[in-house]
Ligand binder design. Structure first.
Ligand SMILES: [Zn+2]
Length: 256
């Protein structure tokens, strides 16, 4: 006689699947692509091809031993790839701080790049663009509320330093905090630098102010201060040279 199967139940009805990584048999919400037990993605397979979609009653009819789990959050059974395309408002609502928003933005940027490589569709937009744009808006709001994100300041003093950073991801010498305010001024480690928007320059560094054509602090950040761009390989082409230059200008304590 067949041994009684134990099923971990995460939904009243849904996908009847087995995880090839941890071996758990589960009833998961429809469309699940991540195992809530071991957190692995891409390892779920139908437990029984004749019963792909099941509910509690159909499992009881088969005399399965049901083990009730608590309702999972979407991120527990859905990969970031699904969340970033089908659950954008939920995803964007999750991070609390500017740093958390930045981390999620960079993870989504990695998906953008992967999609680009896999499909060879080298367009500036793809299925992850709406999520990335929504996260950029959110991060901009956080910055303007004074919540800071890190700038990886390298302090390269020679071409050797410079190429080492470019070639092998040398860790930052120092982390500089960058934030903004409601008028769009910038703060480097808390030191205020006035910002004037001007279409004449991408950026122009004056003694106590920056003139830039970038209207939002988040755009200035990704253009000149961030090591990685929001769109995967669309990284910052100026890192670390202009990033260093800007930090040196406005961080008196490190400009020796
Ligand atoms: Zn698993």
């Amino acid at each position: 006689m067949e041994k009684t199967m134990t099923v971990d139940v995460y939904a009243i009805s849904g996908d009847f699947v087995t995880c090839s990584d941890c071996g758990k048999v589960m009833l998961l919400p429809h469309g699940a692509d991540k195992c809530p037990a071991c957190k692995k993605e891409g390892c779920l397979a139908w437990t029984d091809d004749s019963l792909r979609e099941a509910d509690i009653d159909s499992l009881l009819e088969r005399h399965c031993n049901l083990h009730q789990e608590k309702d999972p959050q979407p991120e527990e059974y859905l990969s970031l790839a699904v969340l970033a395309t089908e659950y954008i408002p939920y995803l964007v609502g999750k991070p609390q701080t500017a740093r958390e928003t930045l981390a999620l933005l960079l993870d989504t940027g990695t998906l953008f790049e992967k999609y680009w490589r896999n499909t060879r569709c080298f367009r500036s937009e793809n299925i992850y663009t709406p999520a990335i744009n929504a996260l950029l808006d959110k991060l901009d709001g956080k910055l303007k509320a004074g919540d800071a994100i890190p700038v990886e300041y390298q302090d390269c003093r020679s071409p050797g330093d410079f190429f080492r950073v470019v070639a092998d991801d040398r860790p930052a010498k120092e982390e500089v905090s960058f934030s903004s305010d409601e008028e769009g001024n910038y703060y480097f480690n808390g030191r205020k630098v006035k910002v004037e928007n001007s279409d004449g320059y991408a950026y122009r560094l004056l003694k106590t102010k920056i003139q830039t054509s970038y209207r939002r602090p988040v755009d200035f950040y990704f253009r000149f201060l961030a090591r990685f761009g929001p769109y995967g390989t669309y990284g910052n082409a100026y890192y670390p040279s202009i990033t260093d230059l800007i930090c040196r200008c406005y961080l008196p304590e490190t400009a020796k």
